[in-house]
Design a protein around this ligand. Structure first.
Ligand code: TRP
Length: 338
């Protein structure tokens, strides 16, 4: 299959990936890696926007995310996995892009606003406010066409498109205008049933969880609060466990909803079935995880060659950028003699 179009997507390394990440974007990436030339960024510099006081955590988290990717089914033969801070062309591009964005645009970005609220930032650092600019560089340093992401990232892709259009108009057509690709699966709710699955809310099932952890977590998951006794008729529409059945047990979902409404299946049994489904869903990931865990040298090689390829693409892009911006001093050393 010819691989013309490019994908760039990725994550901040801030800890283990969970089922919400899988459903929201990993799954899409795994499907698309066959069709597209896929680049996956481990955005360690972006993680510093909120974790700059604990930079020592990054190495562990970079390793963790890499393992999660490989376990989830990102194929290093098809996808280029790399670390953001090891690709200096991204930082260089960020500087040029920063002239093409106004502070006002950044301050209006709804994702920036809600994150600032979440972290209780009274004032934002320049790096935090500006990370969408660096994300535009992440996306375009390899001239990507498509960006599979969760919905919260849409404002950043929009910002990237604005920057790219402005760049292309001002200096010359270097970049394709990238498009977002959002997952069709609705955001996965957390085990508490209140908000989306998230590490900081402690309501997540991790891709790295073992069978017993999955069972215990599902056992504690919130169900229909009106349902007290096993044979009370339940309402699956308000049940977190049922939400998960829809995603991880589509074959039995309808039957389970029916039995719940009639009070012929109890929550304990229903949860047991779900835990089994999720465990068999995670099983191939556990196998791949231990395969890679036993081969740290292989993980190292995957990242080294990913970084190498990213730098090459970045340098190709930056050569064009410097040329159209007329700052190609290296390529045009005679400029001094003119
Ligand atoms: N901002 C993304 C997140 O928080 C991570 C990210 C960094 C990213 N650079 C990217 C996503 C480029 C897509 C494309 O999840």
């Amino acid at each position: 299959m010819s691989k013309q179009k490019r994908i760039l997507t990725g994550d901040r390394p801030t800890g283990k990936l969970h089922l919400g990440h899988f459903v929201g974007s990993l799954e899409n990436r795994i499907k698309l890696q066959d069709e597209y030339d896929t680049f996956i960024i481990i955005a360690d510099a972006q993680a510093l926007t909120t974790n700059f006081e604990q930079p020592e955590k990054l190495k562990r988290d970079v390793r963790q995310v890499t393992l999660d990717y490989l376990a989830a089914g990102i194929d290093p033969e098809k996808a280029t996995i790399f670390v953001q801070s090891l690709v200096p062309q991204i930082a260089e591009l960020t500087i040029f892009y920063s002239m093409l964005v106004t502070v006002n645009q950044l301050e209006k970005n709804p994702t920036i606003k809600s994150e600032a609220e979440q972290y209780d930032y009274q004032e934002m650092t320049y790096g935090f406010l500006g990370y969408p600019v660096s994300q535009a560089a992440d996306i375009t340093f390899c001239r990507a066409h498509l960006v599979p992401v969760g919905e919260d990232q849409l404002p950043h892709i929009e910002q990237t498109r604005r920057i790219v259009r402005k760049f292309n108009n001002l200096y010359g057509e270097v970049f394709p205008v990238p498009e977002a690709k959002i997952s069709d699966v609705p955001r996965l709710v957390g085990l508490d049933g209140k908000s989306k699955m998230s590490k900081s809310l402690n309501n997540a099932i991790y891709l790295a969880d073992d069978e017993e952890a999955v069972r215990q977590k599902i056992n504690k998951a919130v169900t229909d609060p009106q349902r007290i006794r096993k044979d009370d008729p339940g309402n699956p529409e308000v049940c977190t466990v049922y939400d998960y059945h829809k995603v991880f047990n589509p074959e039995e979902e309808a039957e389970i909803a029916e039995q719940c409404r009639q009070g012929t299946i109890g929550c304990v049994e229903c949860k047991g079935i779900l835990a089994e489904r999720i465990n068999s869903f995670l099983e191939p990931m556990r196998e791949r995880r231990s395969y890679y865990q036993e081969r740290p040298e292989l993980i190292k090689e995957i990242l080294i060659s990913g970084v190498e390829r990213a730098r090459q693409e970045g340098e190709e892009t930056l050569n064009r950028v410097r040329e159209v911006m007329k700052i190609d001093y290296d390529a045009d050393q005679d400029f001094l003699a003119r």
